[in-house]
Design a protein around this ligand. Sequence first.
Ligand code: DX5
Ligand code: ZN
Length: 226
Amino acid sequence: MAIKIAPSILSARFDRLGVQVREAAEAGADMLHIDVMDGHFVPNLTMGPAIVKSIRPLTQVPFDAHLMVTHPQEFVKPFADAGVDDLTVHVESDHDIRATIRTIRDAGVRPGVVLNPATPFEKAAPYLEHADMLLIMTVDPGFSGQAFRANVVPKIREARRYIDKEGLTTEIQVDGGIKVDTAPIVAEAGADILVSGSGIFPDRIRENLLAIRRAAEKGRAGSKRV
Ligand code: DX5
Ligand code: ZN
């Protein structure tokens, strides 16, 4: 499977969001990453279902919503109704993780679980059998434009080994500080989907996306998983 690139629209220009969403889609984005923050789980507020609904008709590219909220259960239906394809929920949020995954699946959306940089892999392992994605954060969630945390790389390798050993199909997504220099590192470690905000938006969207994809493919070629 080829590496997938998921531009995070949090770094787009909000006064031209629709235009930038189309540009990213036309540049070959495999999915669009939508960062949802509630001002409680993380110290920032971003976008809700109304924004998702308004950009949904602009492209066929799957929408991947990353819920950085304290009570993810409450937001499953609103985002499913707004047209997201994937919903990822933090294991650090306040919820019954299994029940939330089931609610997401029942809503016709692909569920995923997310780990903060400080949370060990074993907190996600019990859910991977039921999750389509494992999102490993390489920055503390809350803001785009932060520096990549290289100390998370061993966790990506650990997740890769576990998923392969168990014969699971869960995709590994990596999010935070992914740019041309860090993309090969996470691709080599076993990531399948690379999220990038400030590495792609707001200018030269096509060039940036293609450069990150090229760098990631080189990284993957250096691993045994080509
Ligand atoms: C951080 C978000 C990320 C962020 C990525 O809380 O989950 O998706 O927007 O932005 P960059 O790529 O700039 O780190
Ligand atoms: Zn994110």
